[in-house]
Design a protein around this ligand. Structure first.
Ligand code: SF4
Length: 412
């Protein structure tokens, strides 16, 4: 996840004080595990076009029981996992979701819920608010016509927007989750306006990833120029909010080139702070799959992140998550934990590699069969990444790298 607002607030503070704020890593006791996105159930009442879980409205056999989930949670806590995002399918279709959420909250996890929102009526909103979720993310893939087409359900937009309002009115921190494609990019400005109008706390912009139904629809993915325009709009929006002191958060996911792209925006608009921002982005380090973010699916299988369901590292029924996650005998995990990652092609030549981490490896693997090939979803030009071929040489010839200090990741 790339936290645009966090950096924009730092830049605003730098402008106000004349010094870029110092950010110290939080002191931590014991190990620091990854954020765990947990797909507790595969069943869903919707069949969205871009669903990576390929869910349907029927039960799936072999899902983790409540007792098994509780056992895993004990291991996750001991391993220092700070955050659980309870997801699906549609997690609210799991009868014991509130038992699981209560346990997570009582054990001290930051507990998030990722839902399509269509099942949330007033009584359920009351229950969610009483539960004390730290955050609830609800997907909106555009305005009414676009969203209902994506979700294949007439009225889905109205129900999801109503859920956002019900939860907002009960003091729950809520966010819109938007996955952009060529088919909904035109709705982004209006959706951002709706967010502000409805006082929604957070906007999560997800780049379409090439997995699940996203893979089938790869040919319809937004073109890179549309991506750049969308990111520029988000930067402007987040900068405006930071300067005005608005409590709006803008984050992105599934394309870590967003970090270097923000650096370029700052170089163009706030050049005096670009070196400090470059250091902060290097401390972030880019893609966190296999490092600071993990996925457990409904069957208990562990994956480097939610887009790697075709690659299983182990099952929590057979080995504790902590043992699976720290095991680097799997070549993919070994590579993801390597610093820098063994990326090839333009990623290997890119001077932004310490900031981006080589981006989303599943995209490279899906397109080329090689998880370490260059990320085909990078929207930066060769000139921008420092990979301009000299006359007469092969494209993407080696170039001198910019030296950017690498620090331990900071968990905001
Ligand atoms: S070329 Fe690769 S490493 Fe460089 S910004 Fe793009 S995805 Fe990241």
């Amino acid at each position: 996840m790339f936290r645009i607002s966090q950096y924009m607030r730092e830049l605003a503070a730098a402008g106000a004080t004349g010094a870029y704020p110092t950010v110290r890593p939080r002191p931590q006791k014991g190990p620091q595990g990854p954020v765990v996105i947990w797909n507790l159930i595969r069943r869903c009442n919707l069949t969205c076009k871009h669903c990576y879980a390929l869910s349907a409205d029927h039960d799936y056999a072999g899902e983790l029981t409540r007792e098994e989930v509780f056992t895993v949670m004990g291991d996750l806590r001991a391993y220092g996992v700070p955050v659980l995002i309870l997801s699906g399918g549609e997690p609210l279709m799991r009868p014991d979701i509130f038992d699981i959420a209560a346990r997570a909250r009582d054990m001290g996890f930051y507990t998030g819920l990722s839902t399509n929102g269509t099942l949330i009526d007033t009584p359920l909103a009351d229950r969610i608010a009483a539960m004390g979720f730290d955050y609830v993310g609800i997907s909106l893939d555009g305005l009414r016509a676009t969203h209902d087409r994506f979700r294949r359900l007439e009225g889905a937009f109205d129900r999801s927007l109503q859920a956002l309002k019900l939860l907002r009115d009960r003091g729950v921190k809520v966010g819109m989750r938007f996955t952009m494609t060529a088919m909904n990019a035109h709705d982004l400005p209006a959706l951002l306006a709706l967010m502000r109008e409805e006082r929604i706390d957070k906007f999560y912009f997800s780049h379409l990833n090439y997995a699940g139904r996203g893979n089938i629809h790869r040919g319809k993915d937004a073109q890179f120029q549309a991506t750049r325009a969308a990111l520029t709009l988000l930067f402007e929006r987040a900068w405006e909010a930071a300067q005005a002191g608005l409590p709006e958060e803008y984050v992105t996911g599934n394309n870590d080139a967003d970090g270097p792209f923000l650096l370029q925006w700052v170089q163009a608009n706030l050049p005096q702070w670009a070196p400090a921002l470059a250091e902060r982005l290097a401390a972030w380090g880019g893609n966190a799959s296999g490092l600071n973010v993990a996925n457990i699916d409904n069957l208990g299988q562990v994956h480097p992140d939610t887009m790697w369901w075709h690659h299983t590292l182990g099952n929590v029924r057979e080995r504790p998550f902590s043992a699976i996650w720290s095991d680097t005998s799997d070549p993919l995990m070994a590579g993801l934990k390597q610093q820098p990652r063994p990326v090839q092609g333009r990623c290997a030549q890119c001077h932004y590699l310490p900031l981006c981490g080589g981006n989303t490896r599943v995209r490279a693997q899906q397109l080329t069969g090689d998880a370490w090939a260059e990320d085909p979803g990078c929207y930066l030009e060769d000139e921008e990444i420092g990979a301009v071929a000299a006359p007469g040489s092969a494209p993407h010839g080696p170039r001198q790298r910019i030296t950017i200090p690498i620090r331990e990741p900071i968990h905001a």
